[in-house]
Design a protein around this ligand. Sequence first.
Ligand code: ZN
Length: 455
Amino acid sequence: MIVIGLDCAAPRLVFERYRDAMPNLRALMERGTWGPLRSSEPPITVPAWTCMVSGRDAGELGLYGFRNRVPGETRLRMVDSSDVRLKRVWDWLGEHGQRVAPLFVPLTSPPTPVRGQMVSGFMWPGSEAPWCFPRGLEAEIVDRFGPYLADVEDFRANDLDRIYRDIVTMTAQHVDIAAHVWSEKRPDFMMMVEIGVDRFHHAFWRHIDPEHPRHEPGNPWEHLGREYYQLLDTHIGRLCGLADRHTTMLVVSDHGARAMHGGFCINEWLIRQGYLVLREPPKAPSPLDHGLVDWQRTTAWAEGGYYGRVFLNVAGREPDGTIPPAELRAVRRKLRAELENLRDDENNPVPVTVRIPEEHYRQVRGLPPDLMVYFDDLKLRAIGSIGGDQIVATQHDTGPDGCNHDWNGIFVMSGGGTPARGHIEGAEIYDVTPTILGAFGVPRPPGILGRDWSR
Ligand SMILES: [Zn+2]
C-alpha cells in the first residue's frame, strides 16, 4: 500500500476546481472510493495526522495542538514524537510482519524504531538532530538528493516567488525520496505526507481563491493554484507508476482549508471582560507575555491559533490559581455563555462554537484547554496577541496568511482489491487506520475508532 498524505488538501480544490488538472488522481477516483474526510477535533496538523494513524481522538492522545501545557506551569511546550504514547498503524503492521516506511509524517521527529524505515517530518529541528531510522538512511538520501528539506522557511512572508520555488523544490525532493525508498527498500506499506500543500495554502490562498475577501483578480500568483495541484498530480502519477495492481493507493489529507477573514482577539476580549488582568498594559501589540500577567487577579487566559484554547486559572493546578476547584464548572459555564453571545466592535454577533474536552473526547490525557473555541466556523482565527484596538482583526498576528483550516479533508482509495464504491459521504479521519489494517488483513486492535472501508 502507498498512502500519499497531502497536508491541508481541500475537497473543493481537489474534487472540483482543479479536478480537470489532476488526471492521475481522477483515475484513482474513477476506479475506487472517494469523498470528503472529516478531520479531528481540533482540525490541526499535529493532532490530526496522529488521530489518523492511531484511530484515537486528540483527548486520548493528549495532543491539543502543536504545543501543549507543561504541568505546574502556564506555558506551552512544542510536542515531538516522544509525546505519542499510543501505537500507530505502522507499529501494528510491523508486529504482523509487514515492512513499513512512514515518511515525513508529522510527529515522527525524533525518528523511532519501526520494522523498516522512517524519515521524520517537518518538525525536525535540523542540523545534527537525527531524522531517519535507521540513521544510515540519512547519508543515503543526502548523497542522492542533497540536504534534507523538511519544511519551507518563513512561509508566512511576502516574498511569494521565493516561497513558491521552495515549496516546489521540497515537494519534488520528498517524492524522490519516497520513490527511492519504495524501489530500494521494498516496503509493504509506505506513507508519505507532503507538508508543501499546507504551506502553499497559507502563502497563496488569498491569491488563488476568488472568494477570499481580499482577493485581487488578475494578481500574478492566481494561476499557481492550478499549477501546483497539477504538479502534485504528476507526483501522484509517478508513485502510482511504481505500484502494481496488488497495491492499494490511498490519497488523504488531515484537514481542508478555507479563506480566513480575520481573527478574533481572544486575550484582548478576556482583558476587556475582566478575566485576564495585566500588571501593566503592553507598549505595542504583542503576544501575551505571561510575566506581565497579574495571576492573583486573573481567572482565564487563552492561546491563539486556528482555534482558541481558553485555560482557567485553577487553585492547585496553576501556579497562582485563583478559582477554587469546586467553582471551576460554574466559572466555565459563565464564560462559555459569554463566548456564545460574542459581539464584534460594531456590535454584530460573532458565531462561536465552544467545546468542553471532557464532554467531547472519549478520554482526556495531559492538560487540555478548559474551553475549545471556534470562531465563525473557522472563518476567523483565534488571535492570542494583545494591545490592538480591535476585537475582530483583519490581519494575522504571525505574518500574512489568507487561509484557515477547514473541517473536511479528502479520502481517495483505489486498487489492491479494495471495493470501488465511487463517491462516498461520511468518511472520518479515524477510518484511515482500520481501513489500512483491513487492507492488510490485520485484526482490528481493541479500542480504536473508525470504520474499515477496505471491505
Ligand atoms: Zn495539516
